[in-house]
Design a protein around this ligand. Structure first.
Ligand SMILES: [Zn+2]
Length: 169
């Protein structure tokens, strides 16, 4: 538990210096709101929606950030490559990207669930892909399909429709 806090705090310190550098280069203001949002993101290991982050900040943060400020901060972080934005069919989801590690995400096309697939060999494979024609900003590979729950529902539906057909005969 303490280790986790320490890890997240060192991630925040790293993220903070990257954001400071980004803002200074562009003559943008180093508002306390931006850093508060960044701190909340560094405490979140999962993929999150803007609503989830908002809820978390309302519970944990000492001062409140409005939704438009939150949205703008996230867009800034995406441009600074500190956050990955997953633009999916139904919603936009975000994920911390301080370590710039390539990742594989599983996307359920039925319920919209998105999960990271942790496989060292795939991460290594993605890291080794180098091309001069293209500069990768979002090192993410998406695999689309159905999550376990949605797949079970689909199989059940097939079975039910097969049963109906045989009873009709
Ligand atoms: Zn699903």
């Amino acid at each position: 538990m303490y280790l986790r806090m320490d890890t997240n705090n060192s991630i925040f310190l790293q993220a903070k210096s990257l954001l400071t550098e980004y803002l200074e280069k562009r003559h943008m203001r180093k508002t306390p709101e931006r850093f508060e949002v960044l701190r909340a993101i560094c405490q979140t290991d999962d993929i999150f929606s803007i609503e989830q982050l908002n809820g978390k900040m309302q519970m944990n943060s000492t001062f409140q950030v409005s939704r438009p400020t939150l949205f703008n901060a996230l867009e800034t972080f995406v441009d600074a490559q500190l956050v990955i934005k997953h633009t999916l069919q139904r919603a936009s989801l975000y994920e911390r990207n301080i370590d710039k590690r390539p990742r594989v995400c599983l996307v359920c096309d039925q319920c919209g669930m998105i999960k990271r697939l942790e496989r060292a060999e795939v991460t290594r494979f993605l890291r080794d892909i180098k091309t001069r024609q293209f500069f990768v900003r979002q090192p993410v590979l998406y695999l689309h399909g159905l999550c376990r729950k949605c797949e079970m529902i689909r199989r059940k539906e097939i079975k039910t429709s097969e049963k109906k057909q045989t009873t009709r005969k």
